[in-house]
Design a protein around this ligand. Sequence first.
Ligand code: C5P
Length: 407
Amino acid sequence: MADRKRVLLIVAGGIAAYKSLELIRFLLARGFAVRCILTTSGAEFVTPLSLAALSGDKVYRELFSLTDESEMGHIELSRSVDLVVVAPATADILAKMRAGLADDLATAALLATDKPVMVAPAMNVRMWEHAATQDNLRVLAERGVHVIGPDEGPMACGEFGMGRMTEPGAIAEAIDGFFGAYRRLVGKRALVTSGPTFEAIDPVRYLANHSSGKQGHALARALAAAGAETILVSGPTQLANPAGVMVHNIRSAEEMLAACQSSLPVDIVVCAAAVADWRIKNPAAQKIKKHGPNGKGGGAPVLELAENPDILATLSKSNAQRAHLVIGFAAETESVVQHAIEKRRAKGCDWIVANDVSPGTGTFGGDANTVHVIDDAGVENWPRLGKEEVARRLTLRIADHFKKAEA
Ligand code: C5P
C-alpha cells in the first residue's frame, strides 16, 4: 500500500451493497488500495468472501474480535487510511453517524477516524425524503462529511425517486477528484459569493431571486477541502454553513460588496452569487401601508430602482489587491456560450462558468448543473454533473492553474 492512496470502504446493509463490489473494482483500476468493513446487515447482501477476493485484503467485521483487535483495532483501522467511504450509506448508518453511536465496528471506526469521510446514501425515496434523514445529512455535511448523490431513478422496491446510490463509476470519479485537489491549495486564500441578495422595499418586504446557493456553497466546501483558507459571503439561503469555512451572512448587494472588500487580499475569487441588478432607491423606514397613509388609499406604490454595484466587475478591476484568479458565473437562458464570452470580456474576470438556467433544466435550486468553462484558451463543455462534482472539478482546475502559474 506504500504510496497508493488508501480507502476504507464501509459497506452497510442496503440492496445497493452489490454495487460496492463494482466500486472496489473501479477504485483498484484508479490505483487506490481498498480495505473493507462489512456491517452485519451488509453481510445479508454481499459476502465477506466477495469483498475480500476483490479488494485483495482481509474484510473487517467484528468490533470485539480478538484476532481483528490484535491485528488492527478500530482506531488504527480508521486512521491507517486516507479516506473513509460509506457506500451504500443507509438511513440507519447516517442516523448513527449523526448521533455518534459506536455499537459496531463500522460506527466505531467512523467515530474514531481523523480522516475525511464520504458517504453515498442509498435508500427508499420515502426514507430519503423523511425529515429525520434530511436533518441528519445536513448536520453531517455541516461537520464536513462529503455527500455523493443519491441519484433519482427506479428503485429496487418498485418506487421511483431520489435515493438510488450514485453509480460506482461516478463515486470512484468523485473520490479521485477529492484526492486530485486534496491539500493542493494550502497557503491560498479564496473568496466565494453565494446565494441570492435581498433588496429591502421596507422593513418587511424585499426583492429577491430563486438562487439556492447550492453551487456557491459547494465551491466553498471544495476549496476548503483542498486546503484553501476560504471565506464565503452568502446571501440568505436554507443551507448549512460549510465546515471549515469563514462565513459572512449578508442580505443586500451593497452588504455583499462590503463583506467581499473587507476580505481582501485573496488569491482566488469565485462569484457564484445571483446578485440583484437593482435595489430600491429609498427603502421605506416603516412598513408601506396597503391603503396609503392614514388608510386613505394611495394606490400601489411606485418603486424607484437604483443600479447595484457589480461585485464581480469590481473585484476584477486591476489594482494592487486584485486576486490572481477571478472567476464569474453566467446564468443564461439562450446563446449560453456566446453571451458568457461577452460577459467575461465586459466584467474583466479570468474565467467564466456558463450555465443554462432555462425553465426545464432544473439548474436553479436543483442538484445538477451543465456548465461550460470559458477562459483565454477557449471553451470547455462539461457533461451534466452534480453541483458538488462541478465544484470539485473546478477546484481541481484552479489547483492546476496555480501549479502552472507557479512552475
Ligand atoms: O451580469 P450577470 O448578473 O449575468 O453576471 C453574473 C456574474 O456576475 C456572476 O458571477 C455574479 O455573481 C456576478 N455579479 C456580481 N454582482 C452583480 C451582478 C452579478 O458579482 N451586481
